[in-house]
Design a protein around this ligand. Structure first.
Ligand code: SF4
Ligand code: SF4
Length: 499
């Protein structure tokens, strides 16, 4: 059933940015070597099931651990294992499998027992295929199966939210993901997930600015009473679980924990398509569609890439100039800043954004007309020229300046806290119950306040610092959450996120 348009208070709609990825998909070459982290997505680290010198084929499981919450990891290529060693991977020390490719065929060995007529399979087989494919590790809480792939059991899931809202400044193209047969495959993927989680109500959240797509889904699902469709405003950070759950279900979120702790699973479109591919086509998760975008890229496109491919190989020849000042993974506002191009990509990659940045100080920059920047845009000029493309440069011009109490950060904060006030407390070292009562633990670290601040104050950094100092002083976030929620899988969630 189609539900009325919904949105949330606060947030920010990013419009008209230079360097958006075009709905074009290019298949990257099979890499000559891959480096495969034995921990990917929502999973603890798994044990290697191969050793140096072993021959492996594309799709073969090379690491699994059925005792901990995890999902198997596969070889993305046909080749020889050269080494297994611990390496630093995004500030975590993880075992990596180094494989040299010996045959660049694109063939992928399929999982045994898959069926295009998936409805004929038993539930047990469907869960096994989802687990063995590795797709169960996608998104923030994984996909529950009877194996230890998530912190909840499939029967305990009350709500399944699938989102394709796209509220970041740079998103994977929804039209590309759902083009051709993928549109129906996606729907089959939803039906598989519903079969897996029989007690769940399914909520499909779509971008309200895509009326044709919404109409197609409404037609397709008109006879289905277990699925509702929600047109949502594509306002950042609508895609965050903390915002999606209250917007759709009108219920509170246990900040600092996972939606799965309250019996809700949130998945994106690539995860649902991955479920279909695992069950109906037997494909393990060794390829990702990644948006290569931003004003510092020569071309703004999507690449289909084997996991384990080194970033340096992918970037070769794609950047304007020698090297961009700033490359960010997965989110312009909250993503990891890339400095080491020798690292490989894994299942969790969605976007690689390259931006040109001007760090030079500009005299009275906050008073300049905001035609091309976001934190300066509250001028009449930006309204007069709405079609001028903006440059997403993360607004690091000049140095931090005093707060001018413009309240912009307060207006856009999606969880209704007061960033400028909290940052002042933290800066002055007033770390006590006051900042707890002002809701510092509710900060979801979306980065919006820092992004829009015209004085360039790194507000989110102060939020994180205040949060950490409170915990060091023994103020546990759980004190604010646990009395109000009956959380499931608490210890398991802590176990996976701590590793
Ligand atoms: S946006 Fe920046 S300058 Fe404006 S109130 Fe917030 S901290 Fe102060
Ligand atoms: S205070 Fe936290 S939740 Fe609010 S805008 Fe800043 S980073 Fe986002």
């Amino acid at each position: 059933m189609l539900k009325p348009f919904r949105t949330f208070k606060g947030g920010y709609r990013f419009k008209n940015y230079a360097g958006q990825p075009a709905p074009v998909l290019i298949e990257a070459d099979i890499p000559k070597q891959v480096v495969v982290p034995l921990r990917q997505g929502f999973s603890s680290e798994v044990k290697a099931t191969v050793k140096a010198g072993d021959a492996v084929f594309a799709g073969q499981i090379i690491g699994r651990d059925d005792e901990s919450i995890s999902s198997p990891v596969h070889s993305p290529v046909n080749g020889i294992v050269e080494n297994i060693k611990r390496m630093n991977y995004f500030k975590r020390d993880i075992n990596m499998v180094l494989i040299r490719t010996t045959n660049s065929s694109r063939e992928i060995t399929r999982l045994p027992g898959y069926a295009s007529e998936w409805w004929k399979l038993s539930n047990e087989k469907i869960e096994e295929l989802i687990y063995l494919s590795g797709v169960s590790s996608l998104d923030r809480e994984g996909i529950p199966t009877r194996f230890k792939s998530s912190i909840v059991q499939p029967a305990d899931v009350n709500h399944l939210i699938i989102h394709g809202v796209g509220s970041e400044p740079y998103n994977i193209s929804l039209d590309l993901l759902l083009e051709g047969k993928n549109f129906l495959n996606f729907f089959e993927g939803i039906k598989i997930l519903k079969r897996l989680m029989p007690n769940s109500k399914v909520h499909l959240a779509l971008n309200a600015r895509k009326p044709k797509l919404i109409e197609q889904f409404v037609k397709l699902t008109s006879q289905i009473e277990w699925l509702d469709i929600y047109p949502l405003e594509p306002k950042y950070p609508q895609g965050y679980d903390e915002i999606l759950v209250p917007t759709i279900l009108h219920q509170k979120f246990p900040y600092g924990y996972s939606a799965a702790n309250i019996g809700i699973v949130v998945l994106n479109i690539q995860a649902v398509l991955g479920v279909y591919k695992a069950v109906a086509e037997g494909l393990p998760l060794i390829e990702r569609i990644i948006a290569f975008c931003g004003p510092a890229m020569k071309e703004n496109i999507h690449l289909k890439v084997r996991t384990g491919t080194l970033l340096g190989d992918l970037f070769y020849g794609k950047l304007k100039g020698e090297r961009p000042p700033r490359v960010v993974l997965n989110s312009l506002l909250t993503g990891v800043l890339m400095n080491d191009f020798s690292l490989p990509i894994d299942r969790s990659f969605t976007q690689i954004i390259a931006i040109e940045e001007n760090n030079k100080r500009e005299f009275l920059s906050f008073m300049r007309p905001g035609l091309r920047r976001d934190s300066y845009t509250r001028t009449f000029l930006s309204k007069l020229f709405p079609n001028i493309k903006k440059i997403a440069d993360t607004n690091q011009h000049g140095e931090e300046r005093p707060c001018i109490t413009c309240n912009f950060c307060e207006e856009i904060c999606p969880v209704g806290i007061i960033p400028h006030l909290l940052s002042k407390y933290v800066k002055k070292g007033f770390i006590d119950e006051t900042i707890m009562n002002y809701g510092i633990f509710n900060c979801i670290e979306c980065g919006l306040c820092s992004f829009v601040c015209p004085s360039k104050i790194p507000l989110v950094k102060y939020m994180k610092a205040g949060h950490e100092k409170l915990i060091m002083q023994g103020c546990d976030q759980a004190q604010c959450i646990l009395p109000y929620f009956n959380l499931k899988g608490l210890e398991e969630y802590r176990g996976v996120t701590k590793l």
